[in-house]
Design a protein around this ligand. Structure first.
Ligand code: ATP
Ligand code: MG
Length: 749
């Protein structure tokens, strides 16, 4: 690597790019350093410049520096920034998450404590499978006092206290705990036999290695002259121990963080690590950063006012020289559909209006993943490119594809792809080869594959199927025959519900110990919900039968998935949970679903522990402080999440934002069309209820109409019926526009 500039030039650049406390933090080398500072004050920037400073000015070799970030994405970004500052790639520099760094150390040197360099890393699903087997081996598979997920939670807690199975057993004072200890021991045996480490093991084994094998520990202690950690408020105990072990001797460790942004307590993060950092490090130097460079004064005021409602926190000052900006926009909407409609409409206005904002400069945050579906649909409908971060697009999720495969096969008994996907879910002991045999036979006989399954007994001889597989296929086909017979008598969503239940799919998810499957259950319910809503919206002259409704629904989805795929990259609106937004920034932020029970989430609302509510409030603080130019918080009067519509109350967090930093935006339906009107907000009393125009005059092509803004025009096309229809109008003055009838307030002339 060739440094772009010499040391003194780089120092000058640092003086320009950093304020005095930031500069001090980036260049301090007198020992342990803590930067405890609020959001957007440049903590990550300090770490980045510090890495470059150590290499470029102090002349450290890149491999002498270890920088730890919270996500892999953050690691990549830091790497690129450092590269830019240095004018080249510093070879040997380690920037990564704790898990990736530990995995790397263990691959290189884990042999010393008996770890195979080719170990595999078990994810949650693998862990669940392992703990189930462990339970079975202890002859406790029928024991339903705890679920596998709870067992894993216990095991993880024990590991994080550095208790192996023996220590756990020694401490176990109830027969129940002794049972857990036995399962824990078995679980570890299984992991070892499979040469596997789980996520906790990566950290623990690495700490053990560094601690217990001094020859290895010394190598790393000598190697990393400087250790830097971002987002230190969300580290857990083993992570803080690892830092301490590595820094033992030189003590050149710099951690940065914000206790107000600690949002992973539920996953074992210990905010005490940052609050009591000085306990473990003598001669600690603390630097505070108080200037925020990210957000407008209004956004900062809103966020600071909110977080002041937390009792247990370090009080921090945060100010900005930035613009005053606009107050946080609070938008009340009738329901979750109008919420998606409004947010995406606003995004479109920001994009097409005078702001000319790129879609990539906007993000929609939600509390839980199941909220994403409506935003996806609305984006797709409006042709807004979007990307989902940290989760699969709703309709591409495995569980959704599985359920849809049942529906597809019901409609099309010859759909081999769907057949293959689900014939063995839940398990019917139909192996890959057996399934292929049946598919071939169906092809030879020129009958639909589902038909072949139904006649498995008859065709089984030709296909060479065992009696067990014949029975399996018949059982599968009988289900479909049963659903066919129900088709005329049920609404489509009930049919889908029956499919999900009677196929055993729901049970499979519900009983799974994999925590991911909990979310899957919710997603499947959300899918059923979306069929119900789709059906509700159809206002066809003659009532359609169940199967044609289902058919239409599938078609509708197929279109959405196509749009998804087209827009995976480029300038796209970003959809993500608030949790995954940590550390990021966007000019425009929408926070959706600001309602009691959703954000703050149910669990915290019901919890007797005030800490739970404080964590939700920190999460909200993280969300708001991501915004640079504008933030909008939306809530709906009622929300149907899963299959239940409920009246909702606005989030307490909205009230906790001081009134001078927020304003209620009234949904001005006149402007809510697909044109590029500039955003016109009306400042009005907070309590003005949202009004929505409802007119039931119907339009047909050829009608002459007037619109308040666009004037006179002729209706060209009407898509859909009633309130939810879209009307294409050729206006005399402004040309062709597509308007939502519900909001367009067109008048016939
Ligand atoms: P968070 O708490 O959200 O992690 P942070 O404290 O890590 O935030 P950064 O992300 O480092 O803050 O900085 C916030 C924004 O302010 C970034 O866009 C960064 O480039 C900018 N910034 C930070 N310090 C300065 C500075 N001295 N001059 C100009 N811009 C700055
Ligand atoms: Mg940061």
């Amino acid at each position: 690597m060739k440094p772009k500039s010499n040391a003194s030039e780089f120092l000058k650049q640092m003086q320009r790019d950093l304020n005095p406390p930031q500069y001090e933090a980036a260049t301090y080398t007198g020992g342990p350093l803590l930067v405890l500072a609020g959001a957007g004050s440049g903590k990550t920037r300090v770490i980045t410049y510090r890495v470059a400073y150590l290499i470029s000015v102090l002349g450290l070799a890149p491999w002498n520096v270890l920088a730890v970030t919270f996500t892999n994405k953050a690691a990549r970004e830091m790497q690129e920034r450092v590269q830019g500052l240095l004018g080249g790639m510093p070879r040997g520099l380690w920037i990564g998450t704790f898990h990736s760094i530990c995995a790397r150390i263990l691959r290189m040197d884990g042999k010393a404590i008996g770890i195979d360099p080719n170990f595999v890393i078990y994810d949650t699903a693998d862990q669940s499978a392992a703990v189930k087997r462990a339970r079975a081996q202890c002859q406790m598979e029928k024991d339903n006092r705890v679920t596998p997920a709870q067992l894993l939670y216990q095991i993880s807690r024990a590991k994080n206290r550095f208790e192996g199975p023996d220590e756990y057993a020694a401490k176990a004072d109830s027969p129940f705990d002794q049972d857990v200890a036995r399962i824990y021991a078995e679980y570890q045996k299984i992991l070892r036999a499979n040469r596997a480490l789980d996520f906790d093991d990566l950290l623990l084994e690495c700490v053990r290695l560094i601690r217990s094998v001094s020859s290895v520990g010394d190598v790393y202690r000598k190697r990393f002259h400087h250790i830097l950690v971002d987002e230190y408020q969300d580290t857990n105990i083993p992570q803080s121990l690892l830092v301490r072990e590595l820094a033992r001797g030189h003590g050149q460790v710099c951690v940065v963080g914000d206790d107000d942004q600690s949002i992973y307590r539920w996953r074992g993060a210990a905010v005490e690590n940052i609050l009591f950092f000085g306990r473990d490090y003598a001669d600690l130097k603390t630097v505070r950063l108080e200037q925020n460079y990210r957000s407008t004064q209004m956004i900062l005021g809103a966020a600071s006012g909110l977080i002041q409602h937390n009792k247990s926190r370090h009080v921090k000052t945060l100010w900005t020289e930035g613009e005053t900006g606009e107050k946080a926009g609070i938008v009340r909407l009738p329901d979750e559909h109008s919420e998606a409609y409004w947010i995406c409409g606003q995004a479109q206005r920001l994009h097409e209006g005078r702001e000319k904002a790129a879609y990539g400069d906007m993000a929609i945050f939600y509390r839980i993943n199941a909220q994403s579906r409506l935003f996806e649909e609305e984006c797709a409908r409006r042709g807004i490119p979007y990307t989902i971060v940290g989760g699969l697009a709703f309709y591409q999720r495995k569980e959704i594809k599985d359920v849809l495969a049942f529906a597809r096969l019901l409609l099309n008994p010859a759909d081999v792809v769907s057949f293959e996907r689900i014939v063995n879910i839940p398990r019917r002991k139909l192996g890959e080869k057996t399934v292929q045999k049946l598919i071939h036979t169906a092809g030879d006989m020129n009958i639909p594959v589902l038909e072949a399954a139904r006649r498995a007994n008859e065709v089984g001889a030709t296909a060479g199927l065992s009696p067990a597989s014949r029975a399996g296929f018949e059982e599968f086909a009988n289900l479909f025959e049963h659903w066919q017979s129900l088709a005329g008598r049920l609404p489509a969503y009930e049919l889908v519900e029956k499919i999900v239940v009677e196929s055993g799919y729901m049970k499979l998810l519900e009983e799974s110990p994999d925590p991911q499957d909990e979310a899957r259950v919710e997603n499947v319910k959300e899918l059923i919900n979306s069929v119900a809503l789709f059906e509700e919206k159809l206002e066809t002259p003659a009532p359609l039968d169940t199967l044609s409704i289902l058919q239409q629904y599938l078609e509708n989805i197929a279109l959405i998935s196509d749009v998804d795929q087209m827009n995976e990259s480029g300038d796209a609106l970003i959809l993500m949970t608030v949790h995954s937004a940590k550390g990021l920034e966007f000019p425009y932020v929408f926070m959706a679903g600001m309602e009691e029970g959703l954000f703050p989430y149910r669990r915290a609302v019901e919890s007797p522990h005030p800490e739970d509510m404080e964590e939700e409030r920190r999460l909200c603080y993280v969300g708001i402080t991501r915004a640079k130019k504008a933030v909008y918080l939306t809530y709906a009067d009622s929300r149907q999440l899963y299959n239940l519509r409920e009246k909702t109350l606005p989030s307490r967090f909205i009230d906790e934002i001081p009134p001078k930093y927020r304003e209620h935006i009234i949904w001005n339906t006149d402007l809510d069309s697909w044109d590029n009107e500039p955003d016109q907000r009306e400042e009005q009393e907070e309590s003005v209820p949202h009004t929505r125009s409802r007119r039931d005059n119907r339009f047909s092509p050829g009608d002459m109409v007037t619109h308040r803004t666009f004037g006179f025009g002729v209706v060209l096309e009407v898509d859909g019926e009633g309130d939810r229809s879209y009307i294409t109008v050729e206006f005399q003055e402004v040309g062709r526009k597509v308007l939502a009838q519900q909001y367009a307030k067109l008048r016939k002339v």
